[in-house]
Design a protein around this ligand. Structure first.
Ligand code: AMP
Ligand code: FE
Ligand code: FE
Ligand code: ZN
Length: 287
């Protein structure tokens, strides 16, 4: 066995959204690490999945068809991301909604340029679009250009000072309710999973009552293993998954060293990620 102790990584971003590597490169890297299964879970798009699938055949890696939708719940302030697995990437509903999200992100990009200009830290738009390439545009593309042009010394600083502040939130796009994402994933034949519950900032309700609400919309799983989780957090989410009869999932949220320097594919932070190779969901997902 190679250095990677995990066989499975169900949370990986490619150049189709804000990741550094192409779907083919990721599948090849997965093979080199000894992973048998990876899911490509780009933000608000399924555009990388066909390429990933082909690469999976080429390199002998099982590729799960995934996506991660950024949503907003009225009672939750933090990142409310809903993962979808086993989706049909060309389902009409999914295609239409992803096209809308992509257009909204392009509109937001123009607002972000104006905002960064007023602060005197605006990178060249041409460079930002070049970094984003054909992928849906997101904040990390801005952050990378800001580092290159020395407005900040690293990506973390770009987020802390400019891209993840209350001022930024005011110009952010209107995101769909998690219910919309869960229903869409289900309609497209997939299983909807609550991503990294530790990043939610719950205002009024406990995680348990939130999960109960999401289950009514059709939630099928909870991400119980993740790069930044402590063992205690994993235990808490596993208990919730069991209580609500939901699948458990796990993955690194790898974006590449340039975007998230401390997170490694299949290994997490300092090799601390553990994803059980026998997750039940892996038996039921269609490829
Ligand atoms: P967006 O989808 O454009 O709103 O950007 C969200 C993405 O930005 C997340 O998926 C992460 O990849 C990245 N991100 C958010 N906060 C940070 C941070 N503090 N440091 C680095 N990347 C971040
Ligand atoms: Fe991201
Ligand atoms: Fe996420
Ligand atoms: Zn992610």
């Amino acid at each position: 066995m190679s250095i990677g102790q995990n066989l499975v990584d169900m949370h990986v971003h490619s150049t189709a959204s804000d990741g550094q590597y192409t779907p083919t490169q990721l599948v090849h890297m997965a093979q080199n690490l000894g992973l048998t299964t990876i899911a490509i879970t780009d933000h608000d798009t399924t555009a990388g999945l066909a390429e990933a699938k082909n690469a999976g055949k080429q390199f002998g890696v099982r590729v799960l068809l995934g996506a991660e939708f950024n949503t907003k719940h009225p009672n939750v302030d933090g990142s409310f991301h809903v993962l979808g697995y086993g989706i049909n990437p060309i389902h009409p509903v999914l295609k239409d909604v992803c096209a809308d999200f992509s257009a909204q992100r392009r509109e937001r990009a123009e607002r972000i340029f104006d905002y960064l200009k007023t602060l005197g830290v605006c990178p060249s738009p041409q460079r930002v679009y070049e970094i984003a390439g054909s992928g849906v545009i997101g904040r990390p593309h801005f952050a990378r250009a800001m580092v290159e042009e020395h407005f900040v010394s690293n990506i973390q600083e770009a987020f802390a000072r400019y891209l993840d502040t209350p001022e930024f939130q005011r110009l952010d796009r209107i995101k769909p309710h998690p219910k919309t994402a869960i229903e869409m994933i289900t309609q497209a034949g997939g299983i909807a999973v609550l991503a990294h519950p530790s990043l939610l900032k719950l205002r009024e309700r406990t995680l348990s009552s939130l999960v109960s609400e999401l289950k009514d919309y059709g939630l099928g799983g909870i991400e119980c293993y993740y790069s930044t989780f402590t063992p205690e957090q994993s235990q808490e989410y596993l208990a919730l998954a069991e209580q609500f009869k939901l699948y458990s999932t796990g993955g690194s949220d790898f974006h590449g060293e340039v975007v998230k320097p401390d997170i490694k594919l299949g290994l997490g932070i300092n090799n601390s990620l553990f994803v059980p190779p026998d997750l039940k969901i892996l038996e039921v997902l269609r490829d």
